[in-house]
Design a protein around this ligand. Structure first.
Ligand SMILES: [Zn+2]
Length: 329
């Protein structure tokens, strides 16, 4: 069978466990399987056990070892279609939908989705956006979170407690998390993350860490963006009277915010701030890997790209529920 192009084909294709193993192996080990303990190449494949055995240290390992699938009793024939859904459903996919579509419990589906989001975290964020002769970078911040007035009292209390532990909400918008975003008009890529506040120091440090000096920067007139002109060509737009003044606007970022909010509101209902960064990773992955005229990515391309990032990333239930902080890549 040809490699899949649609969800239905993916479910059929990955119903064969050996096909799942071969697909994951080829994406995580581009030059063939490597021992996760000692890095020795060309281990033996034990066909009946569907595991490899290292020639050097003699340990046996499955394709799940050292990946986001490690220690999961759920078969890859469910994991892979779940990943397909997550990267290709424009507005995200809820744990209820995954549970129903793939025949797992909602709790398992929720945990699967959280682990899968880990594979969607970009590895490219170490390089800087913008350049002195580039098309410029848009900067903006937004507030994300449910309306506390519409919530059940107990939930409101729980959320308030979770928030005070993780993200210190700004006084202006109690109960909401602050998210800062950057959009590179040259590469058409977005970066967004939860920030503790909207102080000048916080936002400007993010800009310095992510944008090449000398780039053009477009922002609104918030005082936090004062003094950017020391390092950048800074132009501002007043949201009060006009959103667009030629090149000077933050509309691309606004578009990303509205997509993100639609997903969070429509599919995920309410997200604890503790998990917000992972939902942003998911949203950024779909946005930054969307099909464009210059880069006509397909559903299958997005799926394989995510699959190539499953290794060296783990998330345990303990970490996920906040009992231990996540470390490493
Ligand atoms: Zn070994």
């Amino acid at each position: 069978m040809e490699s899949p192009n649609t969800l239905l084909e993916a479910i059929q294709y990955f119903s064969d466990e050996q096909v799942c193993i071969d697909t994951v192996a080829s994406m995580r080990w581009m030059n063939g399987p490597v021992c996760p303990e000692c890095d020795a190449a060309s281990p033996y494949y034990l066909k009946t056990q569907k595991r490899w055995k290292c020639r050097e240290c003699r340990i046996q390992f499955s394709v799940k070892r050292g990946s986001i699938f490690e220690d999961s009793p759920i078969s890859l024939s469910k994991w892979l279609p779940a990943l397909w859904l997550l990267v290709n459903c424009k507005n995200g996919v809820s744990s209820y939908e995954v549970a129903r579509d793939l025949g797992v419990t909602q709790k398992s589906a929720w945990f699967m989705l959280q682990r899968l989001r880990l594979a969607l975290r970009s590895r490219n964020f170490s390089s800087k956006m913008g350049s002195a002769d580039g098309a410029g970078v848009e900067v903006d911040e937004t507030y994300i979170g449910g309306n506390p007035l519409k919530m059940h009292k107990e939930r409101r209390l729980k959320l308030a407690q979770a928030r005070s532990k993780t993200v210190k909400a700004v006084d202006r918008y109690p109960g909401k998390a602050t998210v800062m975003g950057l959009f590179d008009r040259e590469s058409r890529q977005v970066r967004a993350k939860v920030v503790p506040n909207v102080k000048r120091e916080t936002l400007q440090n993010e800009i310095l860490a992510n944008v090449e000096r000398g780039s053009a920067i477009y922002s609104d007139q918030a005082v936090a963006y004062d003094k950017l002109a020391q390092n950048y060509i800074h132009e501002t737009v007043s949201h009060a009277d006009c959103y667009v003044r030629g090149q000077v606007h933050t509309n691309c970022l606004e578009n990303f915010w509205s997509l993100t909010k639609r997903t969070l509101r429509g599919t995920y209902v309410a997200v604890e701030p503790f998990h917000l960064d992972r939902y942003l990773d998911e949203q950024m992955f779909r946005f930054n890997n969307r099909a464009t005229k210059d880069n006509p990515l397909t559903d299958s391309d997005r799926f394989l790209l995510a699959l190539s990032q499953v290794a060296d990333r783990r998330l345990t239930y303990k970490e996920l529920t906040g009992k231990v902080s996540t470390t490493g890549a």
